[in-house]
Design a protein around this ligand. Structure first.
Ligand SMILES: [Fe+2]
Length: 229
């Protein structure tokens, strides 16, 4: 369904899946609002630590503070699905903003199932942006990512649609990183409020600033916003 949208939208993962998010997430989100005024914030999962009603109520209250829309693809911490759906709608979703199609893929079971991959294939069109909780298991991300089978399944989709997919965003890894596959940027944006850890060779190392990504709907440019205050 086509919707009204602004110059910027944001992508921010894992805002609420660790105790203490109330310190970090609103701070980062306020910075995001002040600097970009995004009309939509796409979340590749983990709004809550244990997917409970009170946890969802609490973070929803913050998300409703500004006139922006939060569009969430379900993460592993968001289970069970019947609670998630009550607050955030279906576990996977498609949002058309002008020429851009944002496709939120459900990898909350730690898998990209054959069914979900087929669903994804059916949604992709020109200028699609994919966001999903689990990153593919490539060097540097293997410690916290899809299995080899599911990774192969994900890249098989990108192999067939590399001319249509403009970028992929992931959560689960509570950090920021950027890689590339067949010219498509693959971006981990999981330091969105729960915790913000540095990356070593293939695991966490130290800490880093909380961060979010923004996407310019007029140009397709992707920016990194870091809370370095
Ligand atoms: Fe998380």
């Amino acid at each position: 369904m086509a919707e009204m949208f602004g110059k910027y939208v944001a992508i921010l993962g894992d805002p609420g899946c660790r105790a203490g998010w109330q310190e970090n997430f609103p701070r980062l989100a306020e910075l995001l609002w002040e600097e970009y005024r995004p009309s939509h914030v796409f979340v590749p999962g983990d709004m809550a630590a244990y997917g409970t009603v009170p946890q969802n109520e609490e973070i929803l209250q913050y998300c409703q503070k500004h006139p922006w829309e939060w569009v969430v693809a379900m993460g592993d911490h968001d289970r069970p699905v019947y609670v998630f759906e009550r607050y955030w709608g279906p576990p996977h979703k498609v949002t058309d903003l002008g020429r851009w199609r944002f496709i939120g893929v459900d990898t909350s079971s730690w898998l990209l199932t054959a069914e979900e991959a087929l669903w994804l294939r059916e949604q992709i069109k020109e200028d699609s942006i994919i966001y999903t909780h689990m990153p593919p298991g490539i060097d540097g991300w293997k410690f916290h990512s899809l299995s080899a089978d599911c990774t192969a399944r994900f890249f098989a989709v990108l192999d067939d649609f590399h001319d249509q997919v403009r970028a992929c965003f992931f959560g689960h890894i509570h950090s920021y990183d950027r890689k590339e596959y067949r010219g498509i940027p693959l971006i981990v944006t999981g330091a969105g409020g729960a915790e913000a850890l540095g990356l070593g060779e293939d695991g966490y190392e130290g800490t880093r600033p909380f961060q979010a990504m923004t996407f310019d709907t007029t140009t397709g440019e992707i920016h990194l916003l870091e809370d370095t205050r």
